[in-house]
Design a binder for this molecule. Structure first.
Ligand code: ZN
Length: 239
């Protein structure tokens, strides 16, 4: 039977797997390029290599940082435009009105359109992930998935996550609640009422069980929301 819930879930998963593969191919090219330019050495910080702007430049794009890109309506609400891609003139414009992590995600989102929708997208404008709301078109969801997968590679996220939290995933037990917030699970559930709320906490926390570290969102140079969504998608947070 077509159109049932599990059927559409597996369709989405297959589509996401395809997009992850495309993102991985771009990453592999950037790693290759970096090693060639740096005598075969690997950087301590992988985000130095995973630059969406470099991948766009390789495809003949010029990246423009501009003070504003005007506004557009999204689901009936006026929003500041964060980025714009023009495949004909090979220009990507990024608005300086947003914080650097949001600019970086928008750049990766535009790279996603270039890789996933070649020849389909004409002049195209975007608002940030945080302001887009629930009902995004399929192309937007695909470009977001590309950006997420490109900026936060699964293996690297799992590695950094287990380095910070010393567990495979975070599930809200009594012990976990104390390690994370210093209070019991009931109180944590009262404060953080959804899986997204817990994911947002984990994405930006700099301490766990009395140990201190750089928060995951700053390690990956993305916004708290982008990091939280990635942690959820990878099953690293369970509520
Ligand atoms: Zn878009």
């Amino acid at each position: 039977m077509m159109g049932n819930a599990s059927g559409s879930t597996s369709f989405v998963n297959a589509k996401f797997a395809e997009i992850d593969k495309l993102a991985h191919e771009v990453q592999a090219r950037l790693w290759h390029r970096y090693k060639k330019l740096n005598g075969g050495s690997r950087p301590d910080d992988a985000t130095v290599v995973l630059e969406p702007g470099v991948a766009l430049a390789e495809r003949g794009y010029r990246i423009q940082s501009v003070s504003s890109l005007g506004e557009m309506y999204v689901n009936g609400v006026k929003r500041e435009v964060a980025g714009c891609i023009n495949p004909q003139s090979r220009i990507v414009s990024i608005s300086q009105l947003f914080e650097p992590p949001l600019q970086r995600f928008t750049l990766a989102h535009e790279l996603g359109h270039e890789i996933c929708h070649p020849g389909v997208i004409e002049l195209h404008r975007d608002v940030p992930l945080e302001k887009a709301g629930q009902s995004r078109g399929w192309k937007e969801i695909e470009a977001d998935r590309f950006a997420s997968s490109f900026l936060m590679p699964e293996r690297l996220v799992r590695r950094q996550f287990s380095e910070c939290f010393r567990v495979e995933f975070i599930e809200l037990s009594e012990e976990m609640a104390y390690a994370l917030c210093g209070v019991g699970a009931d109180l944590v559930r009262e404060r953080y009422k959804s899986i997204r709320a817990i994911a947002m906490l984990v994405a930006a926390t700099g301490q766990f069980n009395g140990r201190f570290f750089a928060p995951l969102n700053s390690q990956f140079r993305v916004s708290r929301t982008a990091m939280a969504i990635r942690l959820e998608d990878l099953g690293l947070i369970r509520y």
